[in-house]
Design a binder for this molecule. Structure first.
Ligand code: AMP
Length: 282
């Protein structure tokens, strides 16, 4: 596997590969890789001639400085996992490479309400930071296909929206959430849970599954407060939001008309760790 720290080396190598007619699959990550990330890598390895992974803890998408400071970093282990998974290129830039001093990095896209609800409401500026870095990475890698996890459901919607709005010629491939055996969605932040918190965390997925089975005969409003209560009851968990939304545009649903595809999405604090999860209900 080639490991590049600079944009120049990366674009030089990849433009040669493109000139050879090779397709490029791209998996952007923030590292501390787990089986969820590796699933995206193996999808890309299957679909493309060359697979590129980026590891970059993007400071401008963190609204909480403590979360940024404590974000797990483990580049040596990541390199080993990527090599075993058949990844061809790792792009792992420093912050100064992506955001040189004095360079303007704004992005003018009107996401409508998509970047204002749920994660957008509770993490102001988060999706602007995500969109800026993903656009920059796309410009560097120029992938034919890119792989994103449904674990970050709203982020996936933001990326799809941006790709359509800017006419970026890349296919966005949505990949299912990979879970631990007890249902907890894999996340780099899980390593920060204490043993007790780790024991309680699978409740989030259990409640999402119960909600999916119950939805038919109860109102959406009742379902949301029921689910929040179920998650918090007898645990240290604090629900930041629990939303049921239209899975196409992510607008909160008030009533279910029996036809719309809905998704339940939640963010939960367990101590200082913020976990997100979701489940498509139909
Ligand atoms: P991150 O490193 O957390 O920014 O995630 C990089 C990519 O991996 C994003 O597209 C995530 O949605 C995806 N991802 C993270 N966790 C999982 C998971 N448990 N299952 C599937 N994809 C995931």
């Amino acid at each position: 596997m080639y490991i590049f720290k600079t944009i120049r080396e990366t674009t030089r190598y990849l433009s040669e590969q493109k000139n050879n007619g090779f397709t490029i699959g791209f998996v952007p990550t923030m590292g501390a890789l787990h089986a969820g990330h590796l699933d995206l890598i193996s999808r890309s390895v299957k679909d493309n001639d060359i697979t590129v992974c980026s590891i970059f803890v993007n400071p401008i998408q963190f609204n909480n400085p403590d979360d940024l400071k404590k974000y797990p970093r483990n580049l040596d282990a990541d390199i080993e996992l990527l090599t075993i998974s058949g990844c061809d290129v790792l792009f792992a830039p420093e912050v100064g490479e992506m955001y040189p001093e004095g360079e303007n990095y704004s992005l003018e896209i009107d996401f409508g309400d998509l970047d204002k609800v749920m994660e957008g409401q509770f993490r102001p500026g988060h999706f602007r930071g995500v969109a800026i870095v993903v656009k920059k990475l796309f410009d560097i890698v120029l992938p034919s296909r890119t792989y994103f996890g449904k674990k970050d459901y709203q982020q996936l919607a933001i990326v799809e929206f941006m790709v359509a709005a800017l006419g970026i010629p890349v296919a966005v491939v949505a990949c299912e959430t990979v879970r631990e055996a007890d249902g907890l969605a894999m996340s780099s932040r899980n390593v920060r849970l204490t043993a007790l918190e780790r024991q309680q965390a699978p409740r989030i997925h259990q409640v999402l599954c119960q909600l999916r089975d119950k939805l038919q005969n109860t109102s959406i409003h009742e379902m949301k407060s029921w689910a929040s209560q179920q998650i918090e009851q007898g645990t240290e968990m604090k629900v930041e939001y629990f939303e049921i939304a239209n899975s196409t545009n992510l607008m909160p649903a008030e009533v279910w008309n029996g036809q719309d595809r809905l998704v339940a999405l939640t963010a939960v604090y367990l101590g200082s760790v913020r976990l997100i999860d979701n489940l498509e209900l139909f």
